[in-house]
Design a protein around this ligand. Structure first.
Ligand SMILES: [Zn+2]
Length: 249
């Protein structure tokens, strides 16, 4: 399951770090110099040590590093740039300051990108070498009709696609729960006007009940109006809607 954009992780502070190749050709994160529990103005320097390297059932599909801070007496997980706690996919491309959704392939934005094109998950592709489970034959036939045959990815169920779309709509304030105060914060962070955000929300139900497609289309049109958003801005949006703790730095 991709749990990365879901409202359950507000209290989990986390770090992010760049992965560099060591002499042994293995990638590992650079050790952070500050822990996420160090408050602004705290004059005590952190003493960070590596506690563990853990296999994860969720999160990026490789072991991730857990560090501790002797000064602030906490452990914290360090995620690669672009990832959020427990997220299987990138929330944003590292180093990119782009606003066009189509460039966000292979992130959580896959869900609305497919949604805009009426492509419903699952998108299942089996290499010809493997015997295929009979129950998926029907789905494969369905995909042929939608010209997605041969797409070499398994992107999760329709439920997952809808969850990712709803999560992204929530990040950008185009959901029922965003009140004026939240919209103001989102507007400050994204540079989008509150009017733009409200329009995008109204657009979702203009032609009938809100669907995965209408939400995707409104998300795309809203994103086309953003300017140069960065990973840190995305992380702050997530913190604002309680998806994860605020990120420092
Ligand atoms: Zn510390």
């Amino acid at each position: 399951m991709g749990l990365g954009i879901k409202k359950v992780f507000k209290k989990i502070k986390f770090g992010k770090s760049q992965y560099l190749e060591g002499e042994d050709k293995k990638l590992r994160p650079t050790t952070p110099t500050k822990c996420p529990y160090r408050e602004d103005g705290d004059c005590k320097d952190c003493e960070i040590f590596l506690k563990d390297i853990r296999d994860r059932k969720t999160g990026p599909s490789h072991p991730i590093h857990v560090y501790g801070c002797r000064i602030h007496k906490h452990f914290f997980t360090v995620y690669p740039h672009g990832f959020t706690p427990f997220g299987r996919k990138l929330i944003w491309l590292v180093g990119e300051t782009i606003s066009v959704m189509k460039k966000l392939v292979r992130t959580y934005f896959d869900a609305p990108i497919d949604g805009v094109n009426s492509i419903k998950w699952p998108i299942i592709w089996y290499p010809q070498l493997f015997e295929k489970p009979a129950k998926n034959e029907e789905k494969r036939e369905e995909k042929k009709d939608k010209n997605t045959e041969g797409l070499k990815e398994i992107k999760g169920s329709f439920k997952t696609q809808k969850r990712h779309i709803d999560g992204l709509c929530c990040l950008f304030g185009i959901d029922k729960k965003s009140d004026d105060s939240r919209l103001r914060h989102i507007s400050d962070l994204t540079g989008l006007s509150i009017l733009n955000i409200r329009d995008a929300f109204d657009q979702q139900s203009r032609d009938g009940p809100r669907t995965y497609k209408s939400k995707s289309v409104s998300l795309e049109s809203l994103l086309s109006k953003t300017k140069n958003m960065t990973l840190n801005q995305m992380l702050r949006l997530g913190s604002l809607v309680d998806y994860w703790a605020d990120i420092r730095g």
